[in-house]
Design a protein around this ligand. Structure first.
Ligand SMILES: *[C@@H]1O[C@H](CO)[C@@H](O)[C@H](O)[C@H]1NC(C)=O
Ligand SMILES: *[C@@H]1O[C@H](CO)[C@@H](O)[C@H](O)[C@H]1NC(C)=O
Ligand SMILES: *[C@@H]1O[C@H](CO)[C@@H](O)[C@H](O)[C@H]1NC(C)=O
Ligand SMILES: *[C@@H]1O[C@H](CO)[C@@H](O)[C@H](O)[C@H]1NC(C)=O
Ligand SMILES: *[C@@H]1O[C@H](CO)[C@@H](O)[C@H](O)[C@H]1NC(C)=O
Ligand SMILES: *[C@@H]1O[C@H](CO)[C@@H](O)[C@H](O)[C@H]1NC(C)=O
Ligand SMILES: *[C@@H]1O[C@H](CO)[C@@H](O)[C@H](O)[C@H]1NC(C)=O
Length: 406
């Protein structure tokens, strides 16, 4: 993904070098850099007055000087639109008849239009499945012989209203293929659980991604579906949408700290804009059990991001309604697991999580455990020196890095 041979699994890496340690310290900025520390979050299902057609979930996260709008939908392939405005009063306007028409341009708007500071989107186009039986190289690309993919635009989805949980600010899109001749999904489903946050924190479930009020989490899980081979690996094709001409840039962030996600020393991220104005972030790990322990962790590989023509992807009405023909699409594949080690076959279960947000992605500060170990190793004078350097750097970052929103 970084142009140097794909993303690699952090497992089995030797102890971090002093250089890595130092660069980490220098890049560990506190999340106070982000736009708003707390937001008033509301979730609303927007009904189509003319009849039940598809799910449209609007998450509105209002801060002192800005509003984030996330629109999640299962009209067409599952997709999300993220729009950030510089006012606490912006609203989403939906014209269903336009949205469902062949030319949905203008069917979704965030008003006032000139308050929009940033917009982007993601489309989840296909669930991939590979036969990894004869593959010995864990990093092979593709990771096996591909089976025909499942088109997510041809899934039928539950009524999102029934899964709305205002206590956790979450909702779940659960679906299965509309046409399923082999009954692979007779007892299974693919689920997209989305969750918004009113402040920063870390969920209880691995990989325990650090979130802020400027981000929202997606957990994708495949459960109970029969695979077509004994050693099937699954994957997800994802398209990114933005207004600039370039694809978001892919960046790996390394960490010596794996307290929250055992044996994973890496964060993968896609950044929109030259100054990070929006991001997608994940740890390159998936889980083959609900508890998500170390024993059930699978590597997650991402292919490089490439520009894609709109007609080669299934159409997403919400993306077209907001962006019109002005959007720029790029696509990549995520694959979960390797032919050796744990896999979907263990329990017919797989889950993977990511964050989507505005501004620069949250960065883990070193955990108390690691700080303790370092304090013991470096002694007080070393720490004070490092601390001084950190303060200087953070000050510099604060004044230079974050300008896009508010
Ligand atoms: C979902 O359920 C709500 C109430 O339970 C209902 O009003 C709405 O029409 C349903 N939507 C769809 C798409 O079926
Ligand atoms: C909101 O904007 C006002 C005026 O522009 C500014 O004084 C204030 O610090 C801003 N608040 C936040 C939380 O950014
Ligand atoms: C929705 O769009 C259609 C087609 O442009 C238009 O005729 C209609 O008035 C719009 N509806 C609303 C409520 O704005
Ligand atoms: C795997 O390799 C063996 C021996 O080369 C071959 O007989 C078998 O058909 C292959 N299986 C698949 C699924 O490609
Ligand atoms: C689905 O579950 C039922 C009951 O547990 C079982 O009888 C059936 O064989 C399962 N179907 C498939 C396709 O796995
Ligand atoms: C799966 O494994 C069983 C038993 O090991 C074997 O009989 C069957 O041929 C395998 N199926 C495939 C598709 O490889
Ligand atoms: C994802 O993988 C599938 C199967 O190998 C392939 O057909 C498709 O072109 C890939 N998509 C991207 C964006 O690389």
């Amino acid at each position: 993904m970084c142009g140097c041979g794909g993303l690699r699994w952090g497992w089995g890496h030797s102890a971090p070098s002093p250089m890595l340690l130092l660069s980490l310290l220098l890049s560990s900025a506190p999340f106070g850099l982000l736009g708003e520390e707390t937001r008033q979050v509301s979730l609303e299902v927007i009904p189509d007055q003319s009849g039940p057609t598809g799910n449209l979930l609007h998450i509105r996260a209002v801060g002192a000087n800005s509003t984030l709008h996330y629109v999640w939908s299962s009209l067409g392939p599952p997709a999300v639109l993220l729009v950030a405005t510089n006012t606490p009063n912006s609203v989403l306007s939906v014209n269903w008849s336009l949205l469902l028409s062949p030319e949905p341009n203008g069917g979704l708007m965030v008003l006032p239009r000139d308050s929009v500071q940033f917009s982007s989107g993601l489309i989840f186009t296909r669930l991939l499945e590979f036969d990894s039986t004869n593959v010995s190289d864990a990093a092979a690309e593709p990771p096996g012989r591909p089976y025909p993919p499942y088109l997510l635009a041809e899934f039928s989805w539950n009524n999102i209203t029934d899964t709305l949980d205002l206590a956790t600010l979450s909702a779940t899109f659960q679906g299965h293929p509309t046409w399923d001749p082999t009954k692979a999904f007779a007892n299974g489903s693919l689920a997209f659980r989305v969750q918004a946050f009113s402040r920063s924190g870390r969920p209880a479930r691995p990989p325990r991604l650090l979130h802020t009020a400027d981000s929202c989490q997606l957990e994708v899980s495949l459960a109970g579906a029969s695979s077509r081979g004994n050693r099937s690996l699954f994957g997800l094709e994802v398209a990114t949408v933005g207004q600039g001409l370039d694809c978001p840039s892919a960046r790996e962030q390394h960490s010596i700290d794996d307290e929250y996600a055992p044996a994973v020393f890496q964060l993968d991220q896609l950044l929109w804009g030259p100054v990070p104005s929006g991001f997608v972030q994940w740890r390159p790990v998936a889980f083959s059990q609900k508890q998500g322990g170390r024993d059930s962790s699978l590597p997650c590989q991402a292919s490089p991001l490439h520009p894609t023509l709109a007609y080669s992807l299934p159409k997403s009405p919400i993306i077209r309604a907001f962006f019109g023909s002005q959007s720029n699409l790029c696509a990549f594949n995520l694959t979960f697991g390797a032919s050796t080690g744990p896999g979907y076959w263990d329990q017919n279960y797989l889950s993977w999580s990511m964050l989507l947000g505005v501004g620069a992605p949250p960065v883990d500060t070193l955990s108390p455990l690691i700080l303790g170990i370092m304090a013991a190793a470096l002694g007080a004078p070393g720490l004070m020196l490092l601390g001084g350097a950190l303060v200087l750097l953070l000050h510099h970052k604060r004044s230079s890095e974050y300008q896009s929103i508010n």
